[in-house]
Design a protein around this ligand. Structure first.
Ligand SMILES: Cc1cc2nc3c(=O)[nH]c(=O)nc-3n(C[C@H](O)[C@H](O)[C@H](O)COP(=O)(O)OP(=O)(O)OC[C@H]3O[C@@H](n4cnc5c(N)ncnc54)[C@H](O)[C@@H]3O)c2cc1C
Length: 491
């Protein structure tokens, strides 16, 4: 076999591309990462804001899955970062000026929920007993079958999760009597971008609340780019190389390597690989579905947000959508191709807890709502009206804004197809058979030297690096096979 300079080349430097590269480099493999943009990190980028001295995360800001990621923990990443935890993980305000808070402490959260106190405890207590192991199990390509060596499968917690999570969020909410509990769970489930009537939207509410109770919903001091910087350091320490400003359009542009890993969504991988994959596989990838897009606004504010429910100032993340029914209606409209008048808005107010992102007297915040995939309208007004609804006077504090529609997001990162932040819709079918059901595990492709490692593989979207970690395990096996062949040839 031709001796390549690289054992593996990774196309794309998002958290999954970097995690895959690190996992391989730590196994003495020669790794090169190629990134199309000038700056490394994909969804981990932090941008200089509209005003010098202020910073906005372009995508991820609240990174509980990074804090809980078994791979990031195994490489000692959490210890090398400064985590910022708001007192509460999440606030969810209502029109009457009240708010429900999700705290890291289970009892304190249950206490928020009045007569649903016991139900909330009964739902989460069994999940939390071996919460770390449960989360690690759920973040595997085949929960209960493939596992991290250090986390034995917590079978009873997994069964409880399967019972409660393999249903729709609406079904889950119906177990609760108070508006507070139902709205809290509906807002968590809405992160999935699935209609709340659809299975397994409940699983997203459970996983996000589980993270909140295990590790909080932390941010990184200075912005999420700090995480990218530590990953880059780690890769460099193991001899891996990075090349930015190197968009790959064809396989021939990739230096010779024994394996190529694609931190790409199927649509862009298809454009790059083309006929080298057989027709049946290309057809499978072409059927891969993207979910709704997002419309995001970065704000610079004169002072922090004037919440009517003052408790909202205790949480970095605020869910603006009112009741569970209202959130369900908004998400349903989006999936049906319509833009709701009152969208469900996920708002993050980082400077409230991390002064390093801004200047004295100025606050930074961002908010996004789901929009139909590829939507070309302007959601600025409906998003800001939702904020104003729960924080009268918000608009008068806006110094500057920068809006990102689906097209703008995709221009910045081709993985955000039509603005889909999840690299593919997490329907029941696309949860594990992602990006396709065959070959299995889905990091593999019919070409034994080509692999997927992006969030279009299990366990899907979010900053955890585990798609890359699991992909690297199968790439490692392929490289070992090539090593054996090389040894045989040389004897
Ligand atoms: C607005 C928004 C908010 C989000 N908020 C959060 C959050 O708070 N918490 C959280 O956990 N997650 C959040 N996410 C999701 C998270 O950012 C992604 O799930 C994660 O970044 C996916 O990582 P990845 O490595 O698979 O791909 P990406 O991070 O998308 O990285 C892919 C990289 O590949 C590069 N690339 C693409 N095509 C090519 C090519 N042809 N050649 C070379 N390079 C190429 C891209 O430039 C990019 O750098 C958010 C996403 C968005 C869009």
């Amino acid at each position: 076999m031709r001796q390549s300079q690289w054992d593996a080349v990774v196309v794309g430097s998002g958290p999954n591309g970097l995690a895959a590269a690190i996992a391989l480099a730590r196994n003495q493999r020669r790794v090169l990462v190629l990134e199309g943009q000038e700056r490394i990190g994909g969804g981990l980028r932090t941008d200089p804001s509209i005003v010098p001295g202020c910073r906005h995360d372009h995508c991820a800001t609240v990174v509980p899955l990074a804090a809980a990621s078994p791979f990031f923990r195994a490489i000692g990443l959490p210890e090398r970062l400064v985590w910022v935890r708001s007192p509460a993980a999440l606030a969810h305000p209502f029109d009457d000026g009240s708010a429900v808070l999700l705290w890291q402490d289970l009892e304190r959260t249950a206490d928020e929920l009045g007569e649903d106190r016991g139900r909330y405890r009964a739902l989460f207590q069994p999940l939390l007993e071996r919460g770390d192991a449960l989360l690690a199990t759920l973040l595997s390509p085949a929960p209960g079958v493939i596992r991290f060596p250090e986390f034995p499968v917590p079978w009873s917690a997994l069964l409880h999760f399967a019972r409660e999570g393999t249903r729709s969020a609406i079904h889950l909410c119906q177990q609760f009597r108070t508006e507070q509990a139902r709205a809290l769970l509906a807002g968590l489930a809405a992160h999935s971008t699935l209609p709340l009537e659809r299975v397994p939207s409940a699983a997203f509410a459970l996983v996000l609340a589980l993270c909140a109770h295990l590790v909080g919903w932390p941010l990184l001091r200075g912005g999420t780019a700090q995480l990218a910087a530590r990953l880059i350091d780690e890769l460099a320490a193991w001899g891996g190389r990075l090349q930015s400003g190197y968009p790959v359009h064809r396989l021939t542009e990739i230096p010779p390597a024994r394996a190529v890993l694609l931190d790409l969504v199927p649509k862009n991988a298809l454009a790059l690989v083309g006929q080298r994959w057989p027709r049946w596989y290309r057809q499978q990838l072409a059927r891969f579905r993207h979910g709704p897009g997002v419309f995001k606004i970065d704000w610079l504010l004169r002072d922090e947000i004037p919440w009517r429910a003052t408790a909202c100032a205790l949480a970095a993340t605020v869910h603006l959508g009112g009741t569970a029914e209202e959130i369900a209606a908004a998400e349903r409209a989006v999936v049906n191709g319509r833009m709701p008048e009152r969208p469900f808005v996920i708002l993050v107010q980082p400077s409230q807890f991390d002064q390093s992102r801004t200047l004295a007297g100025v606050a930074v915040a961002w908010g996004y709502c789901h929009v139909p995939n590829g939507w070309q309208g302007d959601a600025t007004d409906v998003i800001e009206r939702q904020v104003e609804r729960f924080a009268p006077g918000f608009r008068s504090r806006i110094l500057a804004r920068r809006a990102w529609g689906p097209h703008d997001l995709e221009m910045r990162n081709p993985n955000l197809v039509g603005g889909d932040l999840g690299a593919g819709w997490p329907t029941l079918r696309q949860l594990f058979a992602r990006p396709s059901w065959w070959p299995w595990p889905p990091y593999r492709t019919p070409d034994p030297a080509l692999f997927f490692c992006s969030a279009s593989t299990p366990p899907g979207g979010g900053v955890h690096g585990l798609c890359g970690y699991w992909a690297a395990r199968w790439v490692g096996r392929w490289l070992q096979r090539l090593d054996r062949v090389d040894r045989l040839k040389s004897t």
